[in-house]
Design a protein. Structure first.
Lengths: 583, 183
């Protein structure tokens, strides 16, 4: 090894020249309050990394694969509410971000991606590491840019952050050709952004709020369906005020878990394909559904005609295009959930006598008794639900729970006690296997003081396992609990239920994850018997903190266990199967 | 019930806007029957005229999804408003000397122009609503159409009304369940 030392920062000014596009980019990132970047360098993005090196003021996390950077930025954004930022080079670097960007747009997460591009003179020439990244990412970004001049850098960056975090949040990508990075950029960072074609609406229309209150006042069987939009709008307190004021039952969607305490007497849990029987019943029988920040996607509604056949819908959403997309809506309210819920609370406080919904509440309680979540414990095998319940017991209230995608994700959603927003990170819309570990890394960097626990599946974990190296390198004390059933379990479940046990290519041969973890320099341990579960989890929690390292638990569970309740795809929700015996 | 709706959009005159809009239509499975783009009275804007087929729910989504795009400034569905529509076609028709006068006469009836004369062919330029253009083409077909080029339809609202402006709000409020979108 040579005795190279890091040179002191040499900003452009001191070097006696104008700043270039890359330096303008770094300046812009800092003026946006960015603290950490996730990425991998490469040919076309080198000027940006060089500017980063010379500046020295931004933390950068080197990842194993660009998809990891995208999920880390996404995880960081979900925890902080601020845009996460990722860097990648042209061509394969940028295309590796695609899954992550698609994950973020489906769940409305604000991220900003900066990708290097081949020099402008080579664009369109099939140059080395060239890909049409603007074209490729058009459908999976809220907006994107291909910059042609260095002077566009400051305004594009300011616009990107504004667009990413305002209105319905989402990913924005800036494609930056290498020569643009190197060219002088004299334009200053703009103080304000004014986009003529983009004026997200914040306040709800007063007339619509009046109409909503009138509908609510006359309802007999009302339910609130609260989605991820409540979390994005930081409107959990307002949601709780409204629910408690009127004693309104609340159903929280998968993306909305944490927007309302799941152990609150008014909470009905999660709806949809693997939702609670009582949430499904409540939505089916209600005559008024107050939908807040949810896009009523197919996993929530099941067969549309029989989702909520008697209900009138009030739909609050910041994205007008989501209202009326899947179901007819009686009262649309376009705007931010927080001020609108606040107005609804204010309006309802003015009512002379609160409506009497006690009969409906008794009915809901009866369904609660009738359809509890349940599973059978076994003396010789760890049940996956047990893993979630043990974690729920051992981890503190401030912990952040992250998952991959599959059965383990649904068990986590069903059996964990969600009490606060921005503490549950899961790929709900795109269903991205491999999301868990990198998102957990992003979460840990966003909130180093909070514990981060990733419940993953053996299939999901393998898809981004390389990020263990990242977690070890930066000594991140997080815990990954792998619910290992040696199968792509969710698909296996469908094969069992709907394909007469023809297990086409769902059996896996996962490596011993505890040993793999140790080879990466992380902590690893295996648990196989029920009595080993709690000690293993306690060990992971304690040792990861003590040694400032990630801990991976390979927890072997019963491979035949299925997620219930379950609504067979395309069927009405009320036809849900509550257990292996059927309805 | 499915209808053909004329949708007029004012968009930023920048590279990539057409690709973004066309991509959005393809991705969401919306049906464009014709598309015409050109600059407006202000150089920084283009007007895009789209003929879209669909029921009320789909048309509502088309307008909303277009409005979401950051480069789209204004959108209006002109189906319910009085408007002028024009389309232009160039038709190269087989017209040897023996048939030529008959073809020219036909063009005259449609107030079409002969814009090129060859030994055996004529090029006829016709403009009007799409029904008229179609009618002339059908009349010329028996003579032998050598080749044909048609533009997409372009549309402006009649009278004082501005085509992509307040009309969108009215259109959205009138026949749709959704609240006015003010951009």
């Amino acid at each position: 090894m040579s005795t190279q030392t890091k040179k002191p920062p040499e900003p452009a000014k001191r070097a006696g020249r104008k700043r270039n596009g890359a330096e303008a980019l770094i300046e812009g990132l800092k003026s946006q309050g960015v603290e950490v970047l996730f990425g991998v360098t490469g040919g076309a993005i080198m000027p940006v990394y060089d500017a980063l090196y010379r500046d020295g003021g931004l933390r950068h996390i080197v990842v194993g694969h660009e998809q990891g950077a995208a999920h880390m930025a996404d995880g960081y954004a979900r925890v902080t509410g601020r845009p996460g930022v990722m860097l990648a080079t042209s061509g394969p670097g940028a295309t590796n971000l695609v899954t992550g960007l698609a994950t973020s747009i489906m769940d409305s997460i604000p991220v900003v991606a900066i990708t290097g591009q081949v020099p402008t003179g080579l664009i369109g020439n099939d140059a080395f590491q060239e890909a049409d990244v603007r074209g490729i990412t058009m459908p999976i970004t809220k907006h994107n840019y291909l910059l042609r001049r260095a002077d566009e850098v400051p305004s594009a960056l300011a616009e990107a952050f504004h667009v990413a975090r305002s209105g319905r949040p989402g990913p924005v990508l800036i494609d930056l050709p290498k020569d643009v990075s190197n060219a002088p950029a004299t334009a200053p960072c703009p103080r304000q952004v004014n986009l003529e074609g983009y004026k997200p609406r914040y306040e709800g229309h007063p007339q619509q709020i009046c109409k909503a209150l009138a509908l609510l006042r006359n309802a007999q069987r009302p339910v609130i369906l609260a989605g991820g939009g409540v979390i994005l709008a930081e409107a959990s307190a307002e949601l709780r005020q409204l629910a408690e004021l009127l004693r309104l039952p609340v159903v929280s969607t998968l993306m909305g878990l944490g927007n309302f305490p799941i152990d609150h007497p008014l909470s009905l849990g999660m709806p949809g394909m693997h939702g609670t029987g009582y949430a499904i019943k409540a939505l089916y029988h209600c005559d008024l559904m107050l939908c807040v920040g949810t896009r009523l996607d197919d996993r929530i509604t099941g067969a549309l005609d029989e989702f909520a056949p008697w209900a009138k819908l009030i739909h609050i959403d910041v994205d007008a295009a989501e209202i009326g997309k899947n179901l007819p809506v009686a009262v649309p309210i376009v705007g931010d959930a927080r001020p609108i819920l606040r107005e609804l609370v204010r309006g309802a406080r003015g009512w002379e006598s609160p409506p009497d919904w006690s009969a409906w509440q008794r009915q809901l309680e009866a369904w609660g008794q009738e359809y509890p979540l349940s599973y059978q414990e076994k003396s010789d095998r760890i049940m996956p639900q047990q893993v979630v319940q043990e974690i729920d017991r051992l981890w503190d209230d401030e912990a952040i729970l992250v998952t991959g995608v599959g059965q383990h994700q649904m068990w986590a959603a069903q059996y964990y006690t969600f009490r606060r927003p921005r503490s549950w990170l899961t790929s709900g819309g795109l269903g991205t296997m491999g999301y868990g570990l990198p998102a957990a890394i992003g979460a840990k960097l966003a909130a180093p003081e909070r514990s981060v626990i990733c419940i993953d599946g053996d299939g999901s974990f393998l898809m981004t396992i390389q990020e263990l190296a990242t977690a070890v390198r930066y000594r991140l004390p997080l815990v990954v609990a792998i619910i290992n059933n040696r199968f792509l379990g969710m698909v296996r479940q469908w094969q069992h239920l709907f394909f007469q046990d023809r297990f086409a290519e769902t059996e896996l041969a996962p490596p011993p994850y505890d040993q793999v973890a140790r080879a990466f320099g992380a902590l690893g341990r295996r648990a196989e018997r029920p009595e080993e579960l709690r000690p293993a989890l306690q060990w992971a929690l304690r040792e990861s903190r003590a040694q400032q390292l990630p801990a991976v638990l390979d927890i072997l569970v019963d491979p035949e266990e299925c997620v219930y309740p379950m609504v067979p795809a395309g069927q009405p929700n009320v036809n849900f199967l509550s257990g292996p015996e059927g309805a | 019930m499915e209808h053909l709706h004329p949708i007029s959009a004012i968009v930023l005159n920048e590279s990539g806007v057409l690709a973004r809009i066309a991509g959005m239509f393809a991705r969401r499975g919306f049906n464009i029957e014709s598309l015409a783009v050109g600059p407006t009275e202000e150089a920084r804007y283009s007007r895009m005229t789209l003929m879209v087929r669909g029921d009320d729910r789909i048309l509502e989504q088309v307008v909303k999804q277009l409005s979401r795009l950051i480069e789209v400034i204004k959108v209006s569905d002109l189906a319910a408003d009085p408007h002028v529509e024009r389309e232009l076609a160039l038709v190269k028709v087989h017209a040897p000397p023996a048939q030529r006068s008959e073809v020219i006469e036909l063009a005259g009836i449609f107030r079409a122009k002969i814009v090129d004369v060859g030994r055996k062919n004529l090029i006829i330029e016709v403009s009007g609503d799409s029904g008229k253009v179609r009618a002339l083409i059908e009349m010329l077909r028996p003579f032998g159409i050598v080749e044909l080029a048609r533009t997409g339809r372009i549309i402006l609202a009649r009278g004082k009304q501005v085509t992509a402006g307040r009309s969108r709000e009215r259109a959205a409020g009138k026949n749709l369940t959704t609240e006015v979108i003010v951009k």
